[in-house]
Design a binder for this molecule. Structure first.
Ligand code: SF4
Length: 312
C-alpha cells in the first residue's frame, strides 16, 4: 500500500528561504526525498538548478553536508565518498549508522555529461543512491536540449523542436544489473517516498529518476507543476515502475495502462498545455507530428510491457 501524503514525516531537510523558482518540481521532489532519507545523509550536487537554489554556506537551503562536484563526476565522486565512509567505519573512525550517500543531479548530468562515471559506478555496484531530477533540458543555463528532451520540444538549441526521441535512461541503468531502479514524479509523493525508503535500505547502487516538469523550460504556469506531472503519467509519457534485482513492477496508474485495464489519455492535451511544443505542432503537419509523439509513447509502453516479462 502506497504511503499517503498525510502520513509523510513532518521533518524537513529542505529549508524555507532557498533560491529555487516558485513551483519548482525539483525542490518539491527533494523535500519528499528528505523526508524519506532523514538527516543522516551526505548530498553531492553537480552544476544545476539545485546548486543555484541551495544558497551559500553558512545559510544553505538543505539540511545535509553538501558537496559541489564537477559536472561529469557524480558517479565517481559519490563512489569515493561511500568507500571512504566504509573504510572509516572499518578503522573505528566513524561510529553509528553510516550516512546515506546520494547524488542529486539533473538530466544533463545524468543522461549526457555524467553518463560515463555513472555507468562505471553502476558496473562496480558502488553503495549510493543516484537521483536524476529530470526536467528534460538544461534549465539552469537557459534551456538547452539534453538526451532527456522529448521529440518536438523547443529548447534554445532545438528552436524548431527536437527531431529525435528521448533516451530511456532508467532502462539503461537497469541493464547494468544494479539492485534497485525506480521512476517517480511529484504528482505521486507517496510513491516517491516509498521508493526512497526502500532504496535507502538496499546495499549497492540505486538509481531513482524523478520526472520534474519545469514551468520555465516547458512553458506552462508555475501553479500547474503537479497537474503537468499527473498528465504525463496518465498519457503514458512517463511510466512509473521499479525493479528490485532485475524484476520490474509497474506502479499505479501506470500498472493499469500496462495491463490494458485502462487506456492512456491521448497525448494531445498534455502537449497543448506546454508552450515548448507550440512551434513543432504549428502548421498543416500538426496531426502527423502529434502522431509521431504518440507513437514514441506507444512504443515505449509496448517495449516496457515485454521487458517486464524478463527477470534477470
Ligand atoms: S528552472 Fe525549473 S528546475 Fe530550475 S529552479 Fe526553476 S523551476 Fe526548478
Amino acid at each position: 500500500m502506497t504511503t499517503s501524503i498525510k502520513k509523510l514525516p513532518d521533518t524537513e531537510q529542505v529549508l524555507s528561504g532557498n533560491g529555487s523558482c516558485g513551483g519548482c518540481p525539483a525542490t518539491m521532489a527533494l523535500r519528499i526525498v528528505g523526508k524519506a532519507l532523514g538527516p543522516n545523509a551526505i548530498m553531492l550536487l553537480t552544476p544545476s538548478c539545485a546548486v543555484a537554489s541551495m544558497g551559500m554556506t553558512p545559510k544553505l537551503g538543505y539540511n545535509w553536508p553538501c558537496i559541489n562536484i564537477c559536472f561529469a563526476t557524480a558517479g565517481s565522486s559519490a563512489a569515493g565518498i561511500a568507500h571512504a565512509l566504509e573504510i572509516m567505519k572499518e578503522k573505528g573512525r566513524l561510529q553509528g549508522e553510516l550516512p546515506t550517500v546520494f547524488s542529486w543531479v539533473g538530466d544533463g548530468g545524468t543522461y549526457d555529461i555524467g553518463f560515463q562515471a555513472l555507468s562505471a559506478a553502476a558496473e562496480r555496484n558502488d553503495n549510493f543512491i543516484h537521483f536524476c531530477y529530470n526536467n528534460e533540458a538544461y534549465s539552469n543555463t537557459g534551456v538547452q536540449r539534453s538526451g532527456a528532451t522529448p521529440r518536438g520540444s523547443y529548447t534554445t538549441t532545438t528552436p524548431a523542436g527536437k527531431r529525435q526521441p528521448k533516451k530511456n535512461m532508467a532502462l539503461l541503468m537497469l541493464e547494468h544489473n544494479i539492485p534497485y531502479v525506480a521512476t517517480a514524479t511529484v504528482a505521486y509523493p507517496g510513491d516517491l517516498y516509498d521508493k526512497v525508503v526502500k532504496a535507502k535500505n538496499i546495499p549497492g547502487m540505486k538509481y531513482i529518476e524523478i520526472l520534474a516538469p519545469c514551468y520555465l523550460g516547458w512553458q506552462f504556469d508555475m501553479s500547474e507543476t503537479v497537474q503537468m506531472s499527473r498528465m504525463a503519467v496518465r498519457c503514458g509519457a512517463w511510466l512509473l515502475w521499479e525493479a528490485e534485482n532485475g524484476k520490474i513492477t509497474f506502479n499505479n496508474p501506470t500498472s493499469l495502462i500496462i495491463s490494458g485495464k485502462k487506456d492512456p489519455a491521448p497525448v494531445d492535451e498534455y502537449l497543448m498545455k506546454q508552450g515548448r511544443f507550440n512551434r513543432f505542432l504549428k502548421g498543416p503537419d500538426a496531426s502527423q507530428r502529434i502522431a509521431e509523439i504518440q507513437n514514441d509513447i506507444n512504443l515505449e509502453i509496448a517495449f516496457m510491457r515485454e521487458r517486464a516479462k524478463i527477470a534477470v
